[in-house]
Design a protein around this ligand. Structure first.
Ligand SMILES: [Zn+2]
Length: 151
């Protein structure tokens, strides 16, 4: 059956702008979907980043508070700590911090190795550190020297 003029006019009877509306509706639907997908992706990314930052913060943020001290405070007393020049309370706090803060523990360790206190030989001889006689048969570690100096 050949399309008649009538058929064409039925097609033509489509309201002007109707197709546009349909297209627009489809476009806006797919745009809404895109927006939703984008929102999901964005949220997921943000969560991921937040989780990463949290992890990073716990792991190495230089202001982490452990043992009631933040890293800056630990670093302020680090030298005295290495030299065993802190009060028992302060030492306990620093110990607690170092137990949880790898960052500071590493710095303190480096400090011990690099800036080992220079204790006069006679002081070391006069003040043996350990009751265990075996302990005297090996070279003193820097922290043991520091320990000796504090007695
Ligand atoms: Zn720290």
């Amino acid at each position: 059956m050949k399309p008649t003029k009538n058929d064409q006019s039925e097609w033509a009877a489509c309201q002007p702008g109707e197709v546009d509306q349909l297209v627009n509706r489809m476009r806006s639907t797919s745009r809404r979907q895109q927006v939703r997908e984008l929102a999901i992706i964005t949220t997921a990314s943000l969560l991921f980043v937040a989780a990463g930052l949290t992890w990073y913060g716990v792991g190495s943020r230089s202001n982490s508070e452990f043992g009631g001290m933040v890293c800056a405070e630990v670093m302020e007393v680090a030298r005295q700590y290495v030299l065993n020049d802190l009060t028992a309370e302060q030492t306990k706090q620093v110990d607690a911090h170092l137990a949880h803060c790898k960052d500071c523990a590493t710095k303190i360790e480096n400090m011990r190795q690099n800036e080992g206190p220079s204790i006069p030989e006679e002081v070391l001889r006069e003040k043996p550190t350990f009751d265990n006689p075996l302990a005297d048969q090996r070279p003193l570690e820097p922290f043991e020297i520091a320990l000796a100096a504090s007695y």
